[in-house]
Design a protein around this ligand. Structure first.
Ligand code: NA7
Length: 538
């Protein structure tokens, strides 16, 4: 950790956040461009999302050989993943391995949260302040704050009076939580909740799951990797490097070109069955039109609902779990390890909050419309103020005292998810308007981080001291993000966090770019090759 903590230090670039994005940005700017850089990080170690997400069952849903940095052949040869999907502890080991290999920690200031960032028009630089009162100046600020880092604990009346313990999955105690002999209530059945349920139920005396929206899930089929596969990944990493860049979501599987209507019902069911057995996100890739054609989607949806009904023996639970009101993959599609099977245990209960909503929390537990649940622990698997939350949290002020929160009161506006008009020299890694959460994150991160590096290098070569997204370019890009999203079923799901619908009062705008990473990279490269057309350089 750096000891450079005296007040008002100056840097060429300050990077906020020491997750996958922040660390690689430091390597690019410090080691490749020779800039004087600092990362400011809230946690006491590297890891970003994985520093905070230590909840039971926390595991990445991208396969491990794709959930890796691809910028260093040496790193790819040196690191070996142990399981098909990396667990949270192994990801922290990996990211620590990277930080140590590239000697990054000496330029990271841990345990400091950026609470204010202000652009100075006279000097074309930024002033940053942290929660402990430290001040910094920097020519560039790179917000590598993550898309899912601002936890959402719903405002339920009476939570403060609860005499048990409560935790949000995205801010899990480092020391862990014991559920032994405890009566646990878990609110939320998104990707996180679906991972946590089987592990908590296996340990707790009793688990009550509070479900607001029923969700699809496909078995992950996690398993240790064979020695043969490990060797293959090391030997053939160039294949994956090329593959992950050309496939729309940056995942290591092909998306079929066939349509549901190309095959007979029997063949379709065989295809789904095979994909179900194989497990993982590639279920979504079985047919080309699953996320664009509602009739095609219904076939996948019915197949999964059928699996839920076959798996869950308690008919009431089976009905609650399979009463899904949106297209498959219209929301982020979870994958699981024995989620539906867990509802066959005798220490689990499932409450449908649509018919029996939470009224309040009291000292003993949760009161719904119809029942009271005595609890020792409440687990909030209730998600995040996604994409915009972490940026707005920094209290960013741009030119002419423009506050980001005012600029974005109708929803985020960016150019390429990389820059915001009115906020020069501020870059957002995987910001709203970029492929981000619709892709395998390390792939999206590498593309953004390298684009920022090249842009700063260009500015330095041309003696520019500021870059700012043009307002018109941002407006046009916003239209493009909407147009592309509207070709899919994603914006039709009105309770999706992609739209910000999970946060009361948040403007509902479809935030990620749904056109795929290769297409997006092409757009970014074209802009770069045209001397950053659409940005104002001075
Ligand atoms: P998600 O996907 O946002 O899921 C949050 C869950 O919590 C979801 O089931 C929500 O129901 C539920 N929720 C949220 N607020 C409430 C309230 N007030 N009452 C009851 N239930 C509520 O977050 P995750 O952490 O699971 O996943 C986030 C991403 O992390 C994931 O996509 C991966 O990329 C990794 P809803 O569906 O909104 O009705």
């Amino acid at each position: 950790m750096t000891n450079n903590t005296s007040n008002n230090q100056e840097y060429d670039a300050i990077i906020v956040g020491a997750g996958f994005a922040g660390l690689y940005q430091l390597i690019c700017l410090r080691d490749q461009l020779g800039l004087n850089c600092l990362i400011i990080e809230t946690g006491d170690d590297v890891g970003g999302t994985w520093y905070w997400n230590r909840y039971p069952g926390a595991r990445c849903d991208t396969e491990s050989h794709a959930y890796s940095y691809y910028f260093s052949d040496e790193l790819l040869k040196e690191w070996t993943w142990s399981e098909r999907y990396p667990g949270h502890a192994e990801i922290r080991k990996y990211i620590n391995f990277v930080a140590n290999k590239f000697n990054l920690k000496k330029d990271i200031l841990f345990n400091e949260k950026v609470i204010n960032a202000k652009f100075n028009e006279n000097s074309n630089n930024w002033s940053l302040a942290t929660n402990t009162g430290k001040q910094f100046q920097s020519k560039f600020v790179i917000a590598a704050v993550g898309c899912l880092s601002n936890t959402n604990i719903p405002n339920i009346k009476g939570l403060d009076s609860f005499e048990g313990k409560y935790y949000h999955t995205g801010n899990w105690p480092k020391t862990g939580v014991s559920f032994v002999n405890k009566k646990v209530g878990q609110i939320g059945t998104g990707s996180t909740g679906i991972q946590a349920v089987p592990v908590i139920a296996a340990e707790a005396k009793h688990l009550t799951v509070f479900q607001r929206t029923a969700n699809y899930s496909i078995p992950a089929r996690n398993a240790p990797l064979s020695e043969e596969f490990k060797d293959h990944v090391k030997k053939d990493h160039n294949y994956y490097k090329e593959f992950l860049k050309r496939t729309p979501n940056g995942h290591p599987f092909e998306i079929s070109s066939r349509l549901v209507s190309d095959v007979s019902t029997e063949e379709m069911n065989q295809i789904y069955e095979k994909a179900w057995e194989k497990g993982g996100l590639q279920f979504r890739a079985t047919f080309n039109d699953l996320v664009t054609n509602i009739d095609a989607n219904k076939t996948a949806s019915e197949f999964i609902k059928g699996k839920i009904r076959q798996t869950v023996t308690n008919k009431k639970f089976a009905n609650i779990l399979s009463d899904i009101d949106h297209p498959y993959a219209g929301k982020r599609p979870p994958i699981d390890s024995h989620y539906f099977e867990t509802f066959n245990r005798d220490n689990i209960n499932l409450i449908d909050l649509r018919s029996n909503p939470i009224m309040h929390i009291d000292n003993e537990g949760i009161q719904t419309k119809e029942n009271h649940f005595n609890l020792d622990i409440i687990v909030f698997a209730t998600g995040y103020d996604a994409m915009t939350g972490p940026l707005l949290n920094m209290n960013i002020t741009g030119k002419q005292n423009l506050k980001l929160k005012d600029c974005w009161k109708e929803g985020p506006q960016t150019f390429l998810g990389l820059q915001i008009p009115g906020f020069p020299n501020l870059f957002t890694i995987t910001g709203p308007g970029s492929p981000s959460v619709l892709t395998n994150m390390p792939m999206a991160i590498e593309q953004h981080v390298e684009w920022v590096r090249d842009c700063i290098s260009y500015m330095s070569n041309k003696n520019h001291s500021s870059i700012e997204a043009d307002q018109k370019s941002a407006e046009k890009w916003g239209d493009e993000v909407n147009a592309v999203a509207n070709k899919t079923l994603l914006p039709t799901v009105k309770h999706s966090w992609y739209l910000g619908a999970n946060i009361p009062g948040k403007p509902q705008v479809f935030m990620p770019y749904a056109g795929g990473l290769p297409k997006y990279t092409e757009v970014c490269d074209e802009i770069k090759n045209n001397n950053y057309k659409g940005f104002k350089l001075a």
